[in-house]
Design a protein around this ligand. Structure first.
Ligand code: AMP
Ligand code: MG
Length: 407
């Protein structure tokens, strides 16, 4: 049997970052940058007011106190978005709004709160020091400075900064487009009355959600029965829209394990036994004219999820251009003793929580690769290495957090 580490290494040797493309800014959200971006101009681009108030010459109002306010005549208003029609002269001021350009002649802003709010003339009861409440051009970034670096992720704040310097596009590694296909004669769409012997497709939904949460564009291609030719035809149809294909089911040694039969004959997909539980049968390789990577995951729901976490997520991250591919395990104290099989790495759905500031973990429900309800309550996987068969209560164990929206 092949080790988990070796299988992951083999997978990562095949998948490569998707070629960089120039995307509209909103589309670039969540993507990895493939260019260094520099500020074309200062940010902010011009001196502007940080407050609603009055643009003044600070020297005019140094003597202002609450008891003896200084009066200035108000020459007019400067609104946000207006530009330089009026200037401040000695003894006078302009009413100014937040974000409006500082008019010529002014060197400070008196906040509205320090005044009587006058329109023709204003009484000022507190002096600003020179430069006070003025946001200087280039305060945030100077022209030519780095806005965002290659390999950085375009999160909300990077998106904001790119927009702030005027960029409406960015060169990034696109999100991988992933086609998800379920297989099995017994597998049917939820929403219809159950017939004897049938089960509903849960893997298809699990996998599109996992792909989306991992930053991919998921496309659920539905269900194919256990029919080698049909499977080959459906895969062929969908290759056009796929950077990666994920199938589930049909990879064991059973009579009807048609994914294995259909893809084995192409010669580019290998079906192997990986020393892990759950998730032992794994298929991986490439198909089609563009050598599109394909994962053929086992059908049992827990096996499929574990295989996604251990092999598919790192592959997707590589395709999306990330440098860090795997989730680092964290240590937690095991609440109840656990046993695990020898010679295989075990991944056990578990619930991690903080108790008095300490991270503790307990296996969630029984072990069993078909037990979906237990999995739905889990927020982590306990990882037990190949050599360990018994873990005592209170021992420290490695835990892989699952990406969950409510974490
Ligand atoms: P297989 O890998 O095809 O032998 O399937 C292993 C187990 O997983 C069987 O009990 C299948 O019924 C089940 N299974 C296969 N595909 C799915 C699916 N899409 N959703 C839920 N269970 C599935
Ligand atoms: Mg099957």
């Amino acid at each position: 049997m092949k080790s988990v580490a070796q299988h992951l290494a083999d997978v990562l040797a095949v998948v490569a970052p998707l070629g960089a493309i120039d995307l509209q800014l909103a589309e670039a959200h969540g993507c990895v940058l493939a260019e260094d971006v520099y500020a074309p101009a200062d940010l902010p681009p011009f001196d502007n007011s940080a407050m609603d108030g009055y643009a003044v010459q600070a020297a005019d109002v140094v003597a202002a106190t609450a008891g003896q306010p200084v009066s200035l005549s108000v020459l007019g208003d400067v609104m946000a978005g207006s530009w330089q029609s009026l200037a401040v002269s000695p003894g006078a001021c302009l009413r100014i709004m937040t974000g409006a350009p500082i008019p010529a002649g002014a060197d400070a802003v008196v906040p509205l709160e320090w005044t009587d709010g006058g329109l023709a003339s204003v009484a000022i009861s507190q002096p600003p020091h020179p430069g006070q409440h003025v946001r200087r051009a280039g305060d945030d970034l100077r022209a030519g400075e780095v806005v965002a670096r290659r390999q950085g992720v375009v999160h909300a704040t990077q998106l904001a900064l790119l927009a702030a310097v005027g960029r409406d596009h960015a060169v990034v590694h696109p999100r991988p487009r992933v086609v998800v296909l379920s297989t099995g004669d017994e597998v049917v769409e939820p929403g219809q009355p159950p017939r004897p012997g049938q089960i509903y497709d849960s893997n298809g939904y699990a996998l599109i959600a996992l792909v989306a949460e991992a930053g991919g564009h998921a496309y659920r291609a539905g269900i194919v029965g256990d029919d080698v030719d049909r499977l080959a035809a459906v895969l062929d149809d969908h290759l056009i829209r796929a950077d990666l294909v994920i199938t589930s089911g049909g990879v064991s040694v059973g009579e009807r394990d048609v994914v294995k039969k259909a893809l084995q004959r192409l010669g580019t997909v290998r079906f192997e036994r990986v020393a892990m539980q759950p998730g032992m049968p794994q298929g991986f390789g490439t198909i089609g004219p563009d050598a599109t990577p394909i994962f053929c995951l086992p059908g049992n729901p827990v096996s499929a999820l574990v295989a996604f976490e251990v092999f598919v997520r790192p592959a997707l991250r590589r395709m999306a251009g990330f440098d860090d591919l795997t989730t680092e395990p964290v240590l937690a104290r095991l609440v109840e003793a656990l046993s695990a099989p020898a010679g295989k790495r075990q991944y056990r759905p578990a619930e991690v929580s903080l108790v008095d500031g300490e991270r503790v973990v307990r296996a969630y429900g029984r072990a069993g690769s078909h037990l979906l309800a237990g999995l739905a309550g889990a927020n982590a996987l306990i990882v037990v290495d190949e050599q360990t068969t018994e873990l005592a209560a209170d021992s420290m164990v490695e835990v892989l957090p699952l990406a969950r929206a409510d974490r």
